[in-house]
Design a protein around this ligand. Sequence first.
Ligand code: PFF
Length: 452
Amino acid sequence: MTNKTSVHGSWASRWIFILAATGSAVGLGNIWKFPYITGENGGGAFVLVYLACILLVGIPIMMAEVLIGRRARKNPINALTDIAEESDASKAWGWIGVMGMLSGVLIFSFYSVVGGWVLHYIKIMLTGEMLGVSAEQAGDSFGALLGDAKTLLGWHTLFSIMTIAVVAGGINKGIETATRIMMPALFVLLLILLGYAMSTDGFAQGWDFMFHVDFDALTWNVALVALGHSFFTLSLGMGTIMAYGSYMTKKASIGKTVLTIGALDTLVALVAGLAIFPIIFSNGLNPGAGPGLMFISLPVAFGQMPFGQLFGSLFFILVGVAAWTSAISLLEPTVAFLIEKFKMKRITASITLGAVVWALGIACLGSFNFLSDVTFFGKNTFDFLDYITANIMLPLGGILIALFAGWVVKDKFAQDELQLSGSIYKLWNISMKFTAPIAVAVVLYFLLFPMS
Ligand code: PFF
């Protein structure tokens, strides 16, 4: 079973796999979501738990996903059932893949709405509308966008079409180029933004906010959001990395590859946070402002700096590309499944799935306007879908994948793929069997049954 290739093609080299997986990992989660949830959850303590989760839970689970995908060379559901069979276990493990696909569909529905916000900001940066705006004006402008369902629908539709088009064309070519050129460019622009942030008088406060750990601020909910975000940001717990792993060549080392992806993803998030918080503080904005944080703070900064219109436009274009490569990866596992299971053509599968996620997206964008009265457990549709996917479905998928890799997959198969030295393999195996599942279970338990 080890020398198979996927019917969907394969990445030309290890680097291309790194690029594609990094393209999936680095996205709105790093630049939009990480800063705003850090702000909402009090800063340093949250960042510390997030970093611990990436290292102790995220990286080992990512290795498991790649190994399962690469070994089976199939979509996540079939990969899990094949490997289960190979290890004489029940095919019911395939259900993890089903939940994963559902997570992808639900995440896409709000992701695409935020992708649409980015497209809108590309436009208003290019036209210079935001030049010299005050923090208050920037806030009003974002608020007006959220209230305008028609405009949101237009951008959400455009973002969905862009994504479906790439998935329909087969992901190899599209993603490779986008990631190879755009990711480094995004990073350079983030560094420029960081340079600007360092010149503001809010830098020390921003730094402190992110890295000063106040343990009193640490609650089970903060830990859950940090844990959930470590899955979201690394695209774990739903089969995306498994699907990408199924296109990876046999030669590449899984351990090194995964460490590179994790490091790049974390770096982008930290730099984004370090660029955004000083701007927030030097303009008297509230770090806990929620999903609008980046859209309100950055136009103010670009509006003040030299060449701001140019840098601002470029920045939002690159964030748009990062969001795009991630959105593509949200749909890929399900499209691969539809093709394999129902013998659909790739284009038919992409359009069918695209129609579903686009329609769901309308419920999310309506959360800010015509559907604002619709709530689930006190959250609007947008927040609710974000919460249950990132904080419940992905960690649950992650625990199950870890348990599967640790207890079900036979050691000889896992070691055959991972090729780790004896002691490192042991460490990974312990993390799959115990550390990762227990960490996730403890956090979920205390969230559901709070001690008081
Ligand atoms: N990792 C992406 C981000 O940080 O924006 C979001 C994401 C993509 C989550 C793909 C899950 C996924 F499968």
